[in-house]
Design a protein around this ligand. Structure first.
Ligand code: FES
Length: 147
């Protein structure tokens, strides 16, 4: 290899390493990537909903990603919602529904055994004896995020 070819190859290698390094820094590390975060509510969000279209009425609920999110009020603040683990503390079934008449979360057949929880997560009716884990709710504009 001629000296000129060697120097040319080194230059190309360094240029590729720099481009690779910039690409590696373009997500989450450099701060100069202006593309929107692909996960609404951020990467730590368990669940995110659009309050302009989702859960419009008190009593509406959504079960997803290990969370039961219930609209308990008419406003658009965190206090108008309850976010709890959807995993029943009895034997780990996913709770089935929110009963807007009784205001209780129900863990029903075929998997569940009839436990009931209030919107705070407290046990209303066993066999479960431990409460559902409560999660944090934040509201920013029309986006509600559970973390
Ligand atoms: S798993 Fe929910 S009541 Fe048994």
């Amino acid at each position: 290899m001629e000296r000129r070819d060697f120097v040319s190859n080194i230059g190309m290698t360094l240029a590729l390493a720099c481009v690779g390094g910039l690409a590696a820094c373009s997500k989450g590390g450099g701060g100069y990537d202006s593309s929107p975060d692909p996960t609404p509510g951020g990467p730590n969000a368990k669940l995110s909903v659009n309050l302009g279209s989702d859960l419009p009425n008190p009593g509406d609920f959504k079960i997803a990603n290990g969370v039961i999110l219930i609209r308990t009020g008419t406003g658009k603040t965190a206090a108008d919602f309850a976010a709890l683990s959807s995993t029943c503390t009895h034997q780990g079934c996913t709770v089935a529904t929110f009963n807007n008449t009784t205001k209780l979360i129900e863990c029903n057949a075929p998997c569940g055994h009839g436990s009931r929880y209030s919107t705070s997560g407290a046990v209303n009716t066993g066999p479960a004896t431990a409460p559902l884990t409560a999660y944090t709710i934040t509201v920013s504009g029309n986006t509600l995020t559970v973390t």
